[in-house]
Design a protein around this ligand. Structure first.
Ligand code: FAD
Length: 491
């Protein structure tokens, strides 16, 4: 087996991994980043769109795995979108250099300050809102759509209809910032550049327009000359050595998923940024394989960020419905967070199916009143999740209330076209928690019971943040790595 030594290794190239890589490289540290997914930019393979799923559309599957309308058969390929399946919930994940930033909708939402304080009572909220959030908005290239373009563009009819209906039902709406470059989108609309958001590209990757992490944090980190990214390198498990260093068992795969090399990596310092589910899998599997110490809080305080999908059919069919042409980038939201009885935020989501289906799709984000727990099944060697209908009861109640109010004011029915009973309780895009900051780790993400092991990703957030999470994940990672470097953890 090939053995490679590196002082610092990061596992995973999503938000936590990209921030850690940049700040360590800027501090002059040599870093190796292991990513199980493909380096799409380097490969030169284009991403496919929603209407013609191809190589990028699924991680090693024979069929597409989008939340709706899966009729496409595939030759297994290391695509960008993966799904972890449990009895009561399916969790979608991004794979590739850039992690979730490749597949996500780019919605860049800063949490409400009052909720941030409730979720993280021990953090200095003032510092986050004056420093870390503005910093990550700049690094991630967050921008806002021009109102005139939004009002004129036929591709945003679904947003205009959604907002109009929400107002009629007495709800408050808000503009949602994004990392998709809206100036680029305006050029797409004028046919001056190749189309991406206006060509149904999103959850299988965007060929243009979207400032995913490979265009921001990771690009800057590579420019320092201190970062090496090894793609298609999947870490199977990690071992704590007697001298407190770590040994990683890694499988290098080709794009069909075949193992082409078994490798050993040794490092003094290890950062786990494999995403909430990836990091929990690595820790719990390593514990099962070689007794890696795991603190009792690992796996606890997990949540789906209150994700709950729902939809309405027969939305304004006489006046042309929600539009046959739809941008894939959401820019509208309904903010009902301050309602004591039914607190939720919902994205007015696109449904770009190439025809007008007179259907509105909503991804609600609710409070998580009851947290779940992640464990490990040693016999079948996979994660198990304590999560059932009782965990989503308040979310269903909010969705029911929301749809009823919208339908009473505007007509329409709950969407049985999209979901079995009109509710998608089992769809999760935002798994969070399980290695919560200050519970399973110290105040800056260093794992308890370890001297050289850190977690920097969504698993630090205790199951809920009230809005789409990547801005918060990025800001927490900035905060942690800055302090870890200041404390000379990596010298
Ligand atoms: P990730 O971004 O998940 O990165 C983890 C990386 O680690 C991945 O690249 C993975 O391949 C790699 N990895 C995992 N295990 C291993 C291993 N064993 N070895 C090597 N590599 C490994 N959030 C928003 O804020 N706004 C949105 O609009 C939005 N839309 C979304 C739409 C979809 C379809 C999905 C799936 C998610 C969306 N999200 C959105 C959620 C957001 O993308 C995630 O919260 C975010 O990416 C999590 O960041 P992370 O750093 O924790 O990990």
């Amino acid at each position: 087996k090939q053995t490679i030594d590196s002082p610092i290794i990061i596992i995973g190239s999503g938000y936590g991994g990209a921030v850690s890589a940049l700040r360590l490289c800027e501090a002059g540290k040599k870093v190796v980043l292991l990513e199980m997914g493909l380096n799409w930019e380097k490969s030169g393979i284009p991403f496919s769109n929603l209407l013609k799923p191809g190589q990028s559309s699924a991680w090693l599957r024979k069929k597409t795995i989008a939340p709706f309308m899966n009729i496409f058969s595939l030759t297994p390929f290391t695509g960008t979108l993966d799904r972890m399946e449990f009895d009561t919930i399916n969790i979608w994940l991004g794979r590739g250099v850039g992690g979730g930033s490749l597949v996500n909708g780019g919605m860049a939402v800063t949490p409400k300050e009052s909720y941030f304080k409730e979720v993280f009572p021990n953090l200095d909220a003032e510092k986050f809102y004056s420093h870390y959030f503005p910093l990550v908005q700049e690094e991630l290239k967050v921008n806002i759509i021009d109102e005139k373009f939004l009002n004129d563009c036929p591709y945003y009819k679904f947003t205009r209809v959604g907002e109009e209906e929400a107002h009629k039902a007495g709800f408050k709406t808000m503009r949602v910032p994004n990392v998709y470059d809206f100036k680029y989108m305006e050029k797409e609309f004028r046919n001056e550049v190749p189309r991406s958001a206006l060509n149904t590209e999103v959850i299988y990757g965007n060929n243009h327009g979207k400032n995913s992490l490979d265009k921001t944090y990771l690009k800057k980190a590579l420019e320092t000359g201190n970062l090496e990214i090894l793609d298609l390198h999947c870490v199977d498990h990690i071992k704590l050595n007697d001298d407190k260093s770590y040994t990683l068992n890694v499988q290098q795969i080709d794009t069909s998923g075949k193992v082409i090399a078994d490798k050993i990596f040794n490092c003094k310092k290890l950062i786990l940024s494999a995403g909430t589910m990836g990091t929990l899998q690595l820790l719990l599997r390593s514990n099962a394989v070689n007794n890696l110490p795991v603190h009792e809080k690992i796996g606890k305080n997990w949540g789906n960020n209150g994700n709950f999908m729902t939809g309405r059919n027969w939305v304004k069919p006489l006046s042309g419905g929600t539009g046959s042409k739809q941008s894939t980038i959401p820019v509208g939201g309904i903010d009902n967070w301050d309602d004591k009885e039914h607190p939720f935020f919902t994205e007015i989501a696109p449904l770009p199916m190439g025809m007008d289906v007179a259907t509105a799709l909503y991804l609600l984000i609710n409070r998580v009143n009851k947290k779940g727990e992640v464990g490990y099944d040693r016999i079948n060697q996979k994660l198990i999740l304590n999560w059932d209908e009782s965990h989503t009861a308040n979310m269903k109640e909010n969705a029911r209330y929301f749809i009823r109010k919208m339908n009473n004011a505007n007509g329409g029915t709950r969407s049985h076209f999209l979901f079995n009973n009109g509710f998608g309780a089992d769809i999760c895009y935002h798994p969070l928690g399980g290695c919560v900051l200050g519970e399973a780790t110290n105040e800056f993400g260093k794992l308890k019971d370890h001297e050289n092991l850190y977690v920097l990703d969504g698993s630090l957030i205790p199951g809920t943040i009230g809005v789409n999470p990547f801005v918060t994940i990025t800001a927490i990672a900035e905060y942690c790595i800055e302090n870890l470097i200041r404390q000379n953890e990596f010298s």
